[in-house]
Design a protein around this ligand. Structure first.
Ligand SMILES: NC(=O)c1ccc[n+]([C@@H]2O[C@H](COP(=O)([O-])OP(=O)(O)OC[C@H]3O[C@@H](n4cnc5c(N)ncnc54)[C@H](OP(=O)(O)O)[C@@H]3O)[C@@H](O)[C@H]2O)c1
Length: 287
C-alpha cells in the first residue's frame, strides 16, 4: 500500500489500496481565474489536500491544463482523478480520451479514472477500456460517478468484486439521498464514496435558517467555521471523502484543517435532525 505525502487525515480509497486525503480539491469552473486557481491548488497540495479531482469536461480541458501546471514537479504527491464524458465512453474513445487527459495534465498516469455519468454506451465498453488502461499502467484504478445502486450492481456483475475503486456522487448537508442505499452499497463492496459539491456548490445554508443556525452553534463550540463543520459531517465515516473547490487561500486552509475535525456523536445527531435526510428519491440527485 502506498501512502501519499499528506499532513492531513487520509483513508484507504476503496479497493485501490491507496491512502488518500479525506479532503481534496475540486476543479470545476476554476478556469475563469487561471493564475489564482493554480496558486490555490498548490497551496492546497502544500497543506495536504492531495486528492485532486478534475474532468475532461471542465472548461473543455482547460481545468486539466491548470491542474497540470499546479502539479508540475510534484506529481508523486497527488492522487489525481479525471473523468471521461459519457459521449466519449466507447472502448476506443475512452482510450483516446484518457490519452488526451494525460497530455493536458502533463503526466503519464492517473490514480483513478471515472465515467462521469452513465450515458447510452454499454458499460462493458467503458469498463473494458478501463481494464486495458489499467493493464497498460495509464490508470492505477477506476471508478464511476453519479451511479445509483442498480447501475453499481451492473458494474459489479461485469468486473467482479475488488475492481471498482469509487463512486463520486452529490452529497452535502442539504442533499443526503445517497445515505439511503448508495453509501451502504459502497460500504458492503469496498468502494470509496467521494462527495462532490460538499459545500452545496455555493448554496450554503443561511445563518438565519434552522439548519444554518445549528451549524453556527457547532462552529462556535469547535472554534471553526460552519463550512468546516459541514465538511466534517460529510466525511464522518471512513469510506467518505470530499472534494470542495476553492479559489480562496484562506478557505483552502480551512478545508485542510477540517480533515482533522471529529464531531461528537451528539453533534452529528444535531446536524442529522437539522437537515433531515428525507425519503429516497426516485433517481439519484445530481447537480
Ligand atoms: N462528478 C460530478 O458530476 C461532479 C459534479 C459537480 C462537482 N464535481 C466536483 O466536485 C467539486 C466541488 O464541487 P463544487 O465546485 O460544485 O462546489 P463546492 O465545493 O460544494 O462549493 C464551492 C463553493 O464553496 C466555496 N468555499 C469552498 N471552501 C470554502 C470555505 N472553507 N469557506 C467558505 N466558502 C468555501 C467556494 O468559494 P471560494 O472559491 O471563495 O472559496 C465556492 O463558492 C467540483 O469542483 C468538481 O471537481 C463533480
Amino acid at each position: 500500500m502506498s501512502k501519499l505525502q499528506s499532513s492531513i487525515a487520509s483513508h484507504r480509497f476503496g479497493c485501490s489500496n491507496q491512502q488518500v486525503s479525506v479532503i481534496g480539491q475540486g476543479t470545476w469552473m476554476l478556469e475563469d481565474s487561471a493564475p489564482t486557481a493554480v496558486a490555490a491548488l498548490q497551496r492546497g497540495i502544500d497543506l495536504g489536500l492531495t486528492h485532486i479531482d478534475t474532468a475532461e469536461m471542465y472548461g473543455s480541458g482547460a481545468a486539466e491544463r491548470l491542474v497540470g501546471m499546479a502539479i508540475k514537479g510534484r506529481r508523486q504527491q497527488v492522487f489525481l482523478v479525471s473523468k471521461v464524458l459519457p459521449g466519449n465512453a466507447s472502448r476506443r474513445n475512452t482510450l483516446q480520451a484518457c490519452e488526451d487527459s494525460l497530455q493536458r495534465l502533463g503526466t503519464d498516469y492517473l490514480d483513478c479514472y471515472l465515467l462521469h455519468w452513465r450515458g447510452r454506451i454499454k458499460l462493458t465498453e467503458t469498463l473494458g477500456a478501463f481494464e486495458s488502461l489499467q493493464q497498460q499502467g495509464k490508470i492505477r484504478s477506476y471508478g464511476v460517478s453519479n451511479f445509483d445502486v442498480d447501475d453499481l450492481d451492473e458494474v459489479l456483475s461485469i468486473v467482479g468484486p475488488g475492481k471498482l475503486a469509487c463512486n463520486q456522487v452529490l452529497y452535502h448537508v442539504q442533499e443526503r439521498a445517497i445515505e439511503h442505499e448508495v453509501i451502504p452499497w459502497c460500504q458492503r463492496n469496498d468502494v470509496a464514496v467521494v462527495a462532490y459539491s460538499p459545500l452545496g456548490h455555493g448554496n450554503f445554508p443561511a445563518r438565519s435558517g434552522k439548519g444554518g443556525n445549528v451549524l453556527e452553534q457547532l462552529a462556535a463550540k469547535y472554534a471553526v467555521t460552519s463550512y468546516q463543520i459541514a465538511l466534517a459531517f460529510v466525511c464522518r465515516l471512513p469510506e467518505l471523502f470530499a472534494i470542495p473547490k476553492s479559489l480562496n487561500p484562506a478557505h483552502v486552509a480551512a478545508n485542510a484543517a477540517a480533515a482533522a475535525l471529529q464531531l461528537a456523536a451528539e453533534d452529528i445527531a444535531a446536524i442529522d435532525q437539522a437537515f433531515p435526510r428525507g425519503v429516497k428519491p426516485r433517481s439519484l440527485p445530481t447537480i
